[in-house]
Design a protein around this ligand. Structure first.
Ligand SMILES: [Zn+2]
Ligand SMILES: [Zn+2]
Length: 264
């Protein structure tokens, strides 16, 4: 099996998050705990896969996040031309993972069937559950569905040799993570199955949950599926760019190479 290269592309930041808002039950030692926002590129010998599409500048303004640059800038910097991408995986339908609808005009979108049902179903009746979703994001994926551009998945499915999708639920009902074969063995791109290293390492969930128990069980599932203890990449942790080298000189703070050996 040819290993894939994997990259984290950082496109936005939230400097205002606190330890107390990043764990269910808060945190006895409160203080700043900022979030980064990423999309991920999975580069293979024949084709590239993108995990999540991020949000745009208008959404950053609406949600009061710091936009750094469009995710397309980081993708192009590592030789991924968005027009040429044929497969986009959406981990789930929260606003920070599925915007930029027109960035990949030739791609098919891979989504868990449960997530589509969830974001168009009765959970949207409840303001608290609706909050991380955006009406236009949901409408955009429905339009792609009618255009024949959505592939549904249910549970665990292989997209290509060395690339599998894993329904995990918990944080959102149809959340999926991705397992990738790399030169470091099997690695897991967790997306929001663990926002920070601390969520999975300390067994303390991020406060947005559909099912708390599934969130906690997901940490163990990811550990089972990763060859190395540090082979799980959390979805929003600024430590990712501290631990992994830039993909190329000049890309510090923008693109990290995740299948490189971590630095410390
Ligand atoms: Zn989320
Ligand atoms: Zn997220």
């Amino acid at each position: 099996m040819t290993p894939y290269e994997i990259y984290a592309i950082r496109y936005a930041h939230n400097p205002n998050a606190k330890r107390s808002t990043n764990f269910i039950g808060g945190d006895p030692h409160d203080g700043p705990m900022p979030l980064d926002y990423f999309v991920w590129a999975i580069k293979g010998p024949d084709c590239n896969y993108i995990l999540d599409t991020g949000f745009d500048a208008a959404m950053a303004a609406k949600r009061q996040r710091q936009m750094l640059q469009s995710p397309a800038v980081g993708l192009r910097a590592i030789g991924v031309e968005p027009d040429a991408v044929q497969d986009v995986i959406l981990s789930h339908m929260h606003y920070d993972h599925c915007g930029n609808y027109d960035m990949f005009p030739n791609a098919r979108y891979h989504l868990q069937e449960k997530e589509m049902a969830y974001c168009t179903g009765r959970c949207i009746c409840y303001p608290g559950l609706r909050a991380p979703f955006e009406e236009e994001d949901v409408v955009a994926i429905v339009r792609k569905l009618f255009a024949g551009r959505v592939a549904f998945h249910d549970g665990v499915e292989e997209l290509a040799p060395g690339l599998t999708l894993h329904h995990v639920g918990g944080h959102s009902k149809g959340l999926q993570f991705v397992r990738v074969w790399t030169r470091r063995g099997w690695m897991v791109l967790a997306a929001d199955a663990s926002h920070f290293y601390a969520n999975m390492e300390e067994g303390r969930a991020f406060p947005i949950v559909h099912n708390h128990e599934e969130t906690l069980a997901g940490y163990a599932t990811m550990r089972l599926l990763s060859s190395q203890k540090n082979g799980i990449i959390p979805g929003h942790d600024p430590l990712v760019l501290a631990r992994y080298p830039a993909a190329a000189p000049g890309l510090e703070g923008i693109v990290a190479r995740l299948d490189a050996d971590p630095q410390g």
